[in-house]
Design a protein around this ligand. Sequence first.
Ligand code: ADP
Length: 370
Amino acid sequence: MAQVRLEKVTKKYPKTEAVSDLDLIVEDSEFMTLVGPSGCGKSTTLRMIAGLEEITSGSLYIDNILANEIPPKDRSISMVFQSYALFPHMTVSENIGFGLKIKKKTREYILDRVRWAIDLFNLEGLEYRIPRDLSGGERQRVALARALVVEPKVLLLDEPLSNLDARLRLKMRAELKRIHKQLGATIIYVTHDQVEAMSLSDRVAVMNDGRLVQVGKPLDVYNRPESKFVGGFIGSPSMNFLDGTIIGRSNAVFFVTKDLELEFPKESFSNNFGTIDQEVVLGLRPEHINDQGSTKAKTTGTTTAIDVVVDVVEPLGDRDIVTVTRGETVLTLLFSPESGAVPDRPMKVVFDMSKCHLFDKKTGVRILKN
Ligand code: ADP
């Protein structure tokens, strides 16, 4: 397995710059996910690493060797796409062993490796089937087995689960995690699904508009987004954003909008705010605004309860997604089913201000330092 390093990697097409100045190090044995909205340059990045797309400028190193000019077949990289691209006329075993046959490995070696892969991906009993007679999940496992059997230095996965139904996607997600743990493979994974990115990866690299906007461990990115974009993209339901002003008044600091006024806990603003009277965007995740009666609300340390009106309740079983309004402000919240939220009824909610994020109104860059 190997480290992959991109230095100022840029890809220009005649009409678009798909990837701009990308600096990223994927460590040996790391599971790194490139995540971001459609069209942000994830696949192009992956294809440049695979050698399927020329790098316009910048450097790509695989195991500290400059790889820009190395042909794809000599990069020791395997790639699995959204469409598994199995050979339709070959059996499962033949599909898995194909790459080794091309490499002119001995029959015994191929048999041995194919058996290993069949076992690893729980494909026993399916060895002689052709892809047409397999389920989507089984085909996906064959594609992964085929990619791994050649012992690539790096495994590249481009939205490999997006053709599967929701249940199977969850199963394959766990499977991928198990295989990564077992093999210690360097994996670079591309998805637009932030839940997939969060749940699978050692680190996530969030991209937007061809640029890398934040890289870090999933929970670090979740808890400390460096920009409004990342705060809004990572997490579901999305972070609530409120435009307002920071105001200092009688030894306390408040966040004020047309519809509400929230006091910051003393400890969170000691050295944190740039300027009082600054216009900011406050971000607060749905799970950090609680109904006043809940245990969570009682432990937040703030006592400011705000009156809101419930608009919509979406029960998910274990919790409800609740949309509430106050004046023109709309908030999405996550309540336990016992909250008693009923459409059109008023209720009181408590903001856990120790969990809030502040972003510059113009640039979207994080202001709050904690
Ligand atoms: P993502 O994988 O994040 O959805 P892509 O890497 O596929 O995004 O695309 C990034 C940008 O580059 C998009 O604007 C896309 O339209 C453009 N692009 C991708 N491939 C080509 C191509 N072969 N020719 C021209 N533009 C392309």
